[in-house]
Design a protein around this ligand. Structure first.
Ligand code: ARG
Length: 277
């Protein structure tokens, strides 16, 4: 794998659910921040034990969703394309992410189309290209602009279910051939397109999807997951992967799990064409 060994995480110092911008969030359900902190630390340790390096972006007061670093932008080839977050509650997160990237020598490539895009949460590496979600949080025009500005090939996939509002809630690439696919969130017309790209998909059942099994992180041959069924574990092990489960129940109250809490910093892509098929 040409990526998956360097991640950016942000501690849950101010994590909370104070507004509802997806169907998982309910501001009346309390968050246990001490438990969230233990879960976050366990996740960071699990990634490091699997062989990853984790950098930490300091948390900021009044930005309860800033823990979900996947949404801060897309990182590839040492370039950072800052997100244009859809909800105003999260928009102030961007300046902090941009500053961190500048301080850590990433080039900044702004996307200036009017449309929104929610970073790597909606844009995942597949081989040396990207698969991006649109229709929920991200606008297809943003991915067109990103492809035009960077030369990266981006395959846009339309998402239709408000519960599975980012591409990392429908897809988890594992290596150049294998990926976990959670089909419910994908527009019926686009599901064949997605499955055509993935040589060997592990297609989740609705129950497995609701447990966020697609929102996982692969580090070498270890898949760090928020939950795992025996069926999924068996298939992954046939493919040579071992599973580490980290409970992130507090973060699921905000509609995010393992993948959303990380941003890959080491993705390498080809730079050739524009938008993929
Ligand atoms: N509460 C956050 C939001 O709705 C959760 C983000 C989850 N991130 C992800 N990459 N799926 O924006």
């Amino acid at each position: 794998m040409h990526w998956g060994k360097r991640y950016l995480m942000c501690p849950p110092d101010y994590f909370d659910v104070t507004y509802a911008i997806n169907p998982w969030m309910d501001a009346d359900v309390p968050v246990d921040r001490d438990l969230a902190t233990r879960q976050w630390t366990t996740l960071k340790t699990a990634l490091e034990s699997a062989g990853a390096t984790v950098k930490v972006l300091p948390a900021q007061p009044e930005l309860p969703d800033m823990v979900f670093t996947a949404n801060h932008g897309v990182v590839a080839n040492g370039q950072f394309v800052p997100a244009r977050l859809a909800h105003e509650q999260r928009q102030p997160e961007s300046d902090h992410a941009i500053r961190w990237m500048e301080q850590h020598a990433f080039g900044i490539t702004p996307v200036t189309t009017p449309g929104t895009h929610e970073g790597a949460g909606d844009c995942l590496p597949w081989r040396r290209e990207l698969i991006a979600g649109y229709g929920q949080r991200s606008d297809r025009r943003s991915w067109e602009d990103t492809a035009a500005k960077t030369g990266w090939t981006i395959h846009p996939i339309r998402l239709t279910d408000p519960r599975f509002y980012h591409i990392d809630l429908v897809l988890c690439p594992l290596d150049d051939d294998h990926a976990i696919v959670a089909p419910t969130g994908v527009a019926p017309d686009d599901l064949p397109l997605l499955l055509e790209l993935i040589a060997q998909p592990l297609v989740l059942t609705p129950r497995e999807e609701l447990a966020f099994m697609m929102n996982s992180v692969v580090v070498g041959s270890t898949v760090v997951m928020p939950a795992c069924s025996n069926r999924v574990r068996d298939r992954l092990s046939e493919w040579g992967f071992s599973v580490v489960v980290v409970d992130v129940s507090e973060f699921i109250k905000a509609g995010g799990a393992v993948r959303c809490l990380t941003l890959s910093l080491d993705v390498e892509l080809d730079t050739r064409s524009g938008l993929g098929a």
